[in-house]
Design a protein around this ligand. Structure first.
Ligand SMILES: NC(=O)c1ccc[n+]([C@@H]2O[C@H](COP(=O)([O-])OP(=O)(O)OC[C@H]3O[C@@H](n4cnc5c(N)ncnc54)[C@H](O)[C@@H]3O)[C@@H](O)[C@H]2O)c1
Length: 384
C-alpha cells in the first residue's frame, strides 16, 4: 500500500503506525527514499494509533489484523479523517453497524480496500455489464479459494493471528474478494441489495492434517482444534430475485480462484481463465476475453495499466485501486466503494456462521442503507 501511495502524485505520507518499531522505521525510510519528509512514527503499544489520529490527516489506511479494523476506522472517523480498511472491514453485525453509524454521524467516508474490484478483467466485465453485453444478470459466483496453509501456520505475519478464527468460527471468514466484484456487476446497494443467505460448511480436515504433517510431536499447533469447515458454501438471494454462489476454502491444496462469474439473458462470463459466451454465437466454446479488450478495457487501465503492472501488487490492481481512491479524494468525488458496501460485503461472515450452526437456515441481511438502495445511483467508475 505504502509503495503504491508513494507512486501517486500529490499524496503525502504524514504518519505511520505499527506495533513493531522496526516496521515503522522501515516505512519511514521508504517515504524519505521517495523524496518526502520523514513521517511521524507511532509504535508505543496497541492504542498508539489514537495519537496518530490526532494529527491533521485526510485519510487513514488500516492494514492490521481483522480485530483492529473497526476500532481503528471508528477512531479515525471520530477524529475527522476518512477511513480506508483492509478486508474484511468487520467481522460481526455489531461492528458493521458501528462503521455505518459512525460514517453517517461524522460525514466521513469509510472505504473497504477491495482491490479485486480493480482487476483488469473485473473492470472490463463491469463495463460490459453496464453496456448490456450479458443482458439481464440473474446469477453470479464468487469465492476465495486459496491454499493459505503455509501462511496460516507460519511463525510470522498472518501466522501470528489469522489461524485463530479457524478455531472459533465455522463459516465464510473472508467473503469480500469474491463478493466485491460480483456486487459491482449487480449494483448491490444501488438498485438491488442482498436479501438473505443460506450456508453449509464441509467437515474440517485439511488444516488438522497439515499441522500433523508439518510440525513435530510436542508442537502446540498439533493440539489445536479447528472448527471451520474446509469448504464453506453460501447462496445469497438478492431483493431483485438474483442468486449468488459464494465459497470460502483457504486450506485445501488447489489452484487459486475467486470464481468470478456471471450469467444473464444474453451471455455469460467466467474467470480462471477469463472468458465470455454470447447468445447466438456459432459454436458452444467460450471466447477469450482478449477479443473484447480493445472495446471494453477500462479507461483507468488504459491510462495507468502500464505503471500498475510495474508496481506489481496483485497484478497491478492494488495500484489502480489506490490511484483511483486518491483521485476521488483529491477531486472531491464520492469513493466507488462506500461504508454500505464495506458493511454488506463483510456481513456473510456472521450470517454464514449462524446459518451453518442452524443447518443451513436462512439469515436476513440488515439493510445498512435504510432503504436508500432503491434510489442510489451506480458508482462513478465510468464517469471519469
Ligand atoms: N486485499 C488483499 O489482497 C490483502 C492481502 C493480504 C492481507 N490483506 C489484509 O490486510 C490486513 C493485514 O494483513 P497482513 O498480511 O499485512 O498482516 P501482517 O500480520 O503481516 O501485518 C499486520 C501488521 O499490523 C500490526 N499491528 C497489529 N496490531 C496493531 C495495533 N494495535 N496497532 C498498530 N499496528 C498493529 C502488526 O505489527 C503487523 O505489522 C488484514 O486485514 C488482511 O486480511 C489483504
Amino acid at each position: 500500500m505504502l509503495h503504491d501511495l508513494l507512486g501517486v502524485d500529490n499524496v503525502e505520507i504524514k504518519a505511520v503506525c505499527d506495533l513493531v518499531p522496526e516496521k515503522v522505521e522501515h516505512a519511514q525510510k521508504a517515504v524519505t527514499d521517495a523524496g518526502q519528509a520523514k513521517p511521524a512514527g507511532f509504535s508505543k503499544g496497541e492504542l498508539d494509533f489514537k495519537n496518530l489520529n490526532q494529527l491533521d490527516l485526510d485519510i487513514v489506511y488500516i492494514a492490521t489484523p481483522w480485530n483492529w479494523h473497526v476500532p481503528m476506522a471508528v477512531d479515525a472517523m471520530k477524529n475527522g479523517k476518512h477511513a480506508a480498511s483492509e478486508v474484511p472491514a468487520a467481522t460481526t453485525l455489531e461492528e458493521c453497524w458501528d462503521l455505518v453509524n459512525t460514517s453517517e454521524a461524522t460525514r466521513k467516508h469509510c472505504v473497504i480496500l477491495e482491490n479485486c474490484c480493480y482487476g483488469s478483467s473485473e473492470m472490463m466485465v463491469l463495463g460490459m455489464v453496464r453496456d448490456g453485453f450479458f443482458g439481464e444478470i440473474t446469477h453470479a459466483e464468487g469465492a476465495y479459494l486459496h491454499d493459505l496453509r503455509g501462511i496460516l501456520t507460519a511463525n510470522e505475519s498472518e501466522g501470528l493471528w489469522r489461524r485463530f478464527p479457524h478455531m472459533q468460527r465455522n463459516g465464510n471468514l473472508y467473503p469480500t474478494h469474491g463478493l466485491g466484484p460480483v456486487a459491482h456487476y449487480m449494483d448491490i446497494n444501488r438498485g438491488d441489495r442482498f436479501d438473505y443467505l443460506v450456508s453449509v460448511s464441509s467437515a474440517e480436515a485439511s488444516l488438522s492434517a497439515y499441522v500433523k504433517t508439518k510440525f513435530p510431536e510436542g508442537d502446540p499447533k498439533r493440539a489445536e482444534k479447528y472448527v471451520c469447515g474446509d469448504m464453506n458454501t453460501s447462496i445469497i438471494k438478492t431483493a431483485k430475485g438474483r442468486s449468488i454462489l459464494l465459497q470460502h476454502d483457504v486450506v485445501n491444496p488447489r489452484p487459486y480462484s475467486r470464481l468470478n462469474s456471471i450469467s444473464g439473458t444474453k451471455g455469460a462470463f467466467a474467470d480462471y481463465p477469463p472468458r465470455v459466451f454470447q447468445d447466438g454465437q456459432k459454436d458452444e466454446d467460450w471466447q477469450q476475453i482478449e477479443a473484447f479488450r480493445e472495446k471494453y478495457e477500462h479507461p483507468l487501465w488504459k491510462s495507468t495499466g502500464e505503471l500498475a503492472r510495474k508496481m506489481g501488487g496483485h497484478g497491478g490492481m492494488d495500484y489502480v485501486m489506490n490511484y483511483r481512491l486518491m483521485d476521488c479524494l483529491k477531486r472531491g468525488l464520492p469513493p466507488d466503494i462506500d461504508v454500505y458496501d464495506a458493511a454488506a460485503w463483510s456481513t456473510p461472515t456472521p450470517l454464514s456462521e449462524k446459518s451453518v450452526a442452524g443447518n443451513g437456515a436462512p439469515q436476513k441481511f440488515p439493510d445498512f442503507t435504510r432503504d436508500g438502495w432503491k434510489n442510489r445511483s451506480s458508482s462513478m467508475l465510468f464517469a471519469g
